[in-house]
Design a protein around this ligand. Structure first.
Ligand SMILES: [Zn+2]
Length: 262
């Protein structure tokens, strides 16, 4: 009886706040939520963007272990939620046979890499008012997963940054779909590491990245729809075979795409 009472109070409270979280509170998780548009939400003391329909989004980093502090302020009240973050074990992945220049670039390459890096960072820092993220994400490509989020990479025997994307292998030329509505914010045919590369803005700092494409089917600044063909699978840039490297960043924090598809 006591338990039931608590449950009823809990349901009542969460309804009163009209607050909803979708997603896993885990390392690499992406939380897509809804609240009263007039509420204010603070994540670790920083204000979250809330759309006119009450949608919001935030990501949890691979390294996060501290509880999340979420504060919800409405006109009449304020409430603090503490969310535990489930820890994960990440794999070690060794890849050999990559061209030496792609693992240890020369001085000339480094100039190019830095210039291209600035383009990518600029696109990752976009924080638009779109709330396309609330429509749900589909897989951009069917195929075998050959690389997962978070694994520690050892390339040609050298320790490199963790892998922040998922790799999906598929034959060269296979069409890639946009996982959600969005706006193309970067479309480059030949970047040093990622080859044919697209970046799509889904709103509130949520940006998806597609690498190693053979062909791009959309242009920068183009608005696109969920399921629209945006390019084809290739093996351009630092790659050992045809596959799509798909990444999702929220305000520059890489999250796990596998936790996002519905
Ligand atoms: Zn990859």
């Amino acid at each position: 009886m006591k338990k039931l009472k608590i449950l009823i109070i809990f349901l009542f409270c969460s309804q009163a706040y009209g607050l909803e979280f979708n997603g896993k509170f885990t390392q690499g998780g992406l939380i897509i939520g809804k609240t009263n548009p007039s509420d204010k939400i603070f994540l670790d003391e920083k204000p979250l963007k809330i759309s006119p329909s009450g949608n919001f989004v935030f990501g949890i980093s691979r390294e996060r272990s501290k509880d999340l502090k979420i504060e919800i302020k409405s006109k009449s009240s304020s409430k603090i939620l503490t969310k535990k973050i489930t820890k994960r074990k990440f794999r070690i992945q060794r890849i050999d046979g990559l061209p030496k220049r792609k693992v240890t670039p020369n001085e000339e390459d480094m100039k190019r890499i830095r210039k291209e890096g600035r383009l990518i960072v600029k696109a990752k820092n976009i924080n638009s008012n779109f709330d396309f993220f609330s429509n749900g994400f589909i897989r951009p490509l069917k195929g075998i997963t050959t690389g997962v989020y978070g694994s520690q990479r050892i390339l040609n025997g050298k320790k490199r940054r963790p892998h922040y994307g998922i790799d999906i292998a598929s034959p060269k030329g296979t069409p890639i779909k946009s996982p959600n509505d969005g706006k193309v914010v970067l479309a480059e045919r030949d970047l040093f590491f990622t080859g044919g590369t697209l970046m799509i803005d889904h709103g509130h700092g949520l940006i998806s990245i597609y690498s190693h494409l053979e062909n791009l089917k959309v242009e920068r600044n183009q608005q696109i729809k969920k399921g629209q063909i945006i390019g084809t699978v290739g093996s351009t840039g630092r790659s050992t075979g045809p596959h799509l490297d798909f990444r999702l960043y929220w305000n520059n924090i890489a999250v796990d795409p596998d936790l996002v598809f519905n």
